[in-house]
Design a protein around this ligand. Structure first.
Ligand code: 5CA
Length: 427
């Protein structure tokens, strides 16, 4: 993509409504535009990151045996009356009536709707286990939307629902998602720590939140110092059994009086909740009468769990974990483009030709490239490229005549002088 034709409304000003780095940077980098309180339009650059995160989530859900569905965003309220959540979900539920005066709501979560599908089509234990997920917009009328897409009212969530015959098998489904989540976040260049959490409005008595460590996180986390060590290891070397055995709790679940580990082994940090997994047994299948025939012929309610990932929140969380005073530093797997090509001498015919050739070559080789071909000052171009945080910058300027360019790593700041013919190999 040529920047001269790209819709990228960047800005130097720090927007006054934004108090945390990711919100400021997403606005300044032209990724999002606010449409209303807690509601955002995704602009081209932001949407590319959102789609990359969505695709990693999708691939890992599929790899771990889940099947994708797509449920509507609008639900009939009758289902919520049946499940008993109608009265107790609270004001976060955005409710309205259609022209026939039927009560409807915008989905904040979909346990009821998926259980309704399940009860209509699944009748036998032979069809279990089943794991269904969607990646769909949700609406929660948050009392205090803030931090941009971090705590929005409309947000993109991956929600997965598992159905099993018995508790033992349901716990296996839960563990399967636990592993899937570690892998999913890892592929995004992020380490998310699983901690014991409060199941809240979803229900049940077993739930864990996955948190990315960041100073601006809304959650206080308490965990064993060995988890802190694991955080810096590659996923393959993490001993999962050990990880699950170590103490880790979110603020509301942590009680110093009953904490099983010594104070000297305790790490206290702040985190951003990017995922939450729940086991709640038959809470919804009982109330909605979702029964299956067991092996002995008796009718039993299926055992359920649900598993959420905050897809749009992850865009902000990844920035909170990766930025500096010049801008965003994208992990390569979720970067909007891999390479930012900068034409540093926009009036020099030789430089223009070399930059155009490199642009064509990268595109031919399917390397995602954003080409700053604008007729603007070099300083302005450098500042914009650092701000939007593409992992690699290729600068075509002073040594263009001899075929040399500069290759800069955004994260380390390392700068290499290399010949344009070696560029492809290096990237
Ligand atoms: N039904 C369950 C799991 S599918 C559920 O709704 N879980 S949840 O409430 O924990 O939400 C799942 C994830 O969505 C959270 O972990 C969080 O990352 C994200 N999320 C929740 N509320 C918001 C919000 N207001 N803005 C952005 N992301 C949110």
């Amino acid at each position: 993509m040529r920047l001269s034709r790209y819709f990228l409304p960047t800005s130097k000003e720090i927007p006054s409504e934004a108090t945390i780095p990711s919100h400021q940077l997403m606005l300044r980098a032209g990724m999002i535009a606010q449409a209303g309180s807690g509601i955002y339009t995704w602009l081209p650059l932001g949407l590319r990151v959102l789609k990359k995160i969505e695709e990693i989530v999708r691939q890992e859900q599929n790899r771990f045996g889940a099947q994708e569905v797509l449920m509507p965003t609008i639900q009939p309220m009758d289902l919520w009356k049946e499940s008993g959540r109608y009265g107790c979900y609270g004001e976060e539920l955005l409710a309205f009536t259609d022209r026939h005066n039927r009560e409807m709501c915008y989905s904040p979560t979909n346990e009821e709707m998926i259980t309704d599908v399940f009860r209509r089509y699944v009748k036998s234990y032979k069809d279990l286990p089943i794991s269904l997920y969607q990646i769909q917009w949700k609406f929660r009328d948050e009392i205090r939307p803030r931090f941009g897409v971090m705590r929005g009212r409309e947000f993109l969530m991956k929600d997965n629902y598992s159905f099993d015959l018995d508790k033992e098998s349901a716990i296996r489904s839960y563990q399967n998602m636990y592993q899937c989540y570690l892998r999913t976040f890892n592929r995004m260049g992020l380490v998310a720590i699983p901690v014991k959490a409060d199941p809240g409005a979803i229900g049940g008595n077993m739930s864990q939140e996955f948190n990315i460590i960041a100073e601006t996180g809304e959650n206080e986390l308490y965990y064993h110092k060995d988890i802190e060590t694991m955080r810096t290891q590659s996923l393959d070397s993490i001993d999962l059994e050990k990880l699950q055995g170590l103490y880790a709790a979110s603020g509301e679940m942590h009680d110093p009086a009953t904490c099983p580990i010594h104070e000297k082994n305790l790490v206290v940090k702040r985190g951003i909740e990017v995922g939450h997994i729940f086991y709640f047994g038959t809470k919804y299948t009982r109330s909605l009468n979702a029964l299956v025939n067991g092996p002995d012929g008796s009718l039993v309610p299926a055992e359920m769990g649900s598993y959420g990932i905050g897809v749009s929140r992850l865009v902000a969380a990844a920035i909170e974990a990766n930025f500096d005073d010049r801008g965003i530093i994208w992990p390569e797997s979720i970067a909007p483009y891999k390479v930012g090509l900068i034409l540093a001498k926009s009036k020099d015919g030789v430089a223009i030709k070399l930059a155009n050739d490199i642009y064509a070559q990268l595109q031919e080789n399917n390397i995602e490239v954003l080409y700053d071909d604008r007729n603007a000052s070099t300083g302005y171009k450098f500042a914009d490229m650092d701000l939007i945080g593409l992992p690699w910058q290729v600068i075509v300027g002073k040594n263009a005549a001899s075929g040399y360019v500069e290759l800069k790593n955004r994260k380390s700041g390392e700068l290499y002088q290399i010949h344009s013919e070696e560029l492809l190999g290096k990237l």
